[in-house]
Ligand binder design. Structure first.
Ligand code: MN
Ligand code: MN
Length: 459
């Protein structure tokens, strides 16, 4: 009678040598991908590079969509959509994998550089949901661009090359931390305290009118290296990101530790799945790698922008198909991470409904919070369809829910696909320490999510 029971299994319970090898090999590719793609701009560049190597070319707006075409479209250097045009008309809809390539981090403020007690600092404003205490006393890199008023642009990346300096936000020593330790976490580490140390040697100018000589010295270094002045910081996008190296975690190397797995891990699975499509699929395959998900998918590079509609709309128009008719027939896996059950903190999860490490790609019927508010609640029909698809394609999967009822919650891209009348469900990799500077994922779940994305493109 036990076949009446739903009993998900740990992937490694049944994995043969071949599968274990495939899981390990695929993990290496992912580690390589995130090691040096630590901002949405860097991810976009890497995606273009990988796509071009696979025969994809940049789509020219208005161009006709011809079956077998492998194309991509870049949104302002921060988001990219790829497509492989299918043999069927776009009136039959498209198969979409949608993930995001932005991750929580510290953005530099418009006037970032200041000096206090002869130490130079950068002021920051955090981006996305972070636990602020986690960003003190860890090595940081600074990456991004500085745009000058003359239209020129310099790319900044300090901290990743061997021998590069790094940057740190200090913390109170425990000997003097008695008052700090009595505060609740939300008050103990204020946002305005996330100031990054960037120098401590004063400039040797003889000009007595210059008060902040350490600040001036840092500015001089920036001027020598990038040809900028203080005002240029105002039109810069500089991001402080964790400098931790991507590594295998555990004696058995089953996990990957690194920065930015939310949501570059799902992005990577969707990307590799579309890049590996052989020949011409029946339905057109689309892979959207979006920016700004962590702050609500706002902005011109987020999914609330009509850039996605413009791209798919150009394809449908070229086949004489109405975009709304295409969307109505389309299907989307909103590929985003969920929390993995954490035995260290069991109290926040409903163990019976929380995703577990090594149990495969996690389907999420809904996200949101307090009564599913703000989420795209997938229909029973949609979940049944995906169960069937995964069964037919040997995808190991599980069901997940983001924490106990009323514990908190979160959002994904799903609502914005649903707003476009696209049938959507969330599916992705479970993560331990999600949004921390160093996140953990399982190689088996990573591989399972990749097989899920490949299955999607056979729909
Ligand atoms: Mn995410
Ligand atoms: Mn997130």
């Amino acid at each position: 009678m036990s076949d009446l029971l739903h009993s998900p299994k740990n992937i490694y319970e049944t994995a043969d040598e071949r599968l274990r090898a495939d899981i390990a090999t695929y993990g290496e590719g992912y580690k390589n991908f995130i090691q040096n793609a630590r901002t949405e701009r860097e991810c976009t560049l890497r995606v273009i590079e990988l796509a071009r190597a696979r025969g994809f070319r940049e789509y020219v707006h208005g161009e006709k969509a011809i079956p077998g075409d492998k194309i991509y479209s870049v949104n302002r250097g921060k988001a990219v959509t790829l497509a492989v045009i299918g043999s069927e008309s776009l009136a039959n809809g498209v198969n979409i994998a949608g993930a995001h390539i932005d991750s929580p981090r510290l953005d530099l403020k418009a006037n970032p550089l200041y000096e206090d007690s002869e130490i130079a600092y950068f002021k920051t404003h955090y981006y996305g949901g972070i636990k602020k205490y986690q960003w003190h006393s860890i090595p940081l890199e600074i990456r991004g661009v500085i745009c000058k008023a003359d239209g020129s642009k310099v790319t900044v990346s300090i901290g990743s090359e061997p021998g590069d300096p790094r940057f740190v936000i200090s913390d109170i020593l425990p000997h003097l931390g008695q008052e700090q330790s009595k505060k609740v976490l939300a008050d103990a580490f204020p946002g305005e305290g996330l100031n990054i140390i960037v120098g401590s040697i004063p400039d040797n100018t003889k000009d007595d009118k210059v008060k902040d000589k350490t600040k001036l010295a840092v500015l001089r270094l920036f001027n020598e290296k990038y040809g900028i002045t203080e005002e240029d910081f105002i039109s810069a996008e500089l991001e402080a990101v964790p400098a931790h190296e991507v590594r295998d975690i555990g004696f058995d190397r089953s996990l990957i530790g690194g920065y930015g797995s939310d949501d570059r891990v799902c992005s990577y699975t969707a990307l590799t799945a579309i890049l590996e499509i052989e020949g011409t699929p029946k339905r057109t395959a689309v892979c959207l790698l979006a920016d700004k998900e962590e702050i609500g998918s706002e902005s011109v590079t987020g999914l609330q922008s009509r850039a996605f509609d413009r791209f798919v709309g150009s394809l449908t128009r070229s086949q004489g198909v109405n975009l709304d008719d295409c969307f109505a027939e389309s299907f989307c896996l909103s590929a985003d991470v969920c929390n993995a059950f954490d035995p260290n903190f069991p109290e926040v999860s409903d163990k019976r409904n929380n995703a577990k490490l090594n149990y495969g790609v996690s389907l999420m019927k809904f996200t949101g919070q307090r009564g599913k508010s703000g989420s795209s609640d997938a229909s029973a029909e949609t979940i049944a369809k995906v169960r069937g698809l995964f069964a037919a394609n040997n995808v190991t999967w599980q069901i997940g829910e983001l924490g106990k009822v009323d514990q908190g919650g979160g959002g994904t891209l799903a609502v914005y696909f649903a707003q476009r009348n696209i049938e959507t469900i969330d599916a992705g990799v479970p993560v331990l320490s999600m949004h921390a500077p160093y996140e953990l994922i399982s190689k088996a779940d990573l591989y399972s999510t990749y097989t899920a994305m490949k299955a999607l493109y056979t729909l």
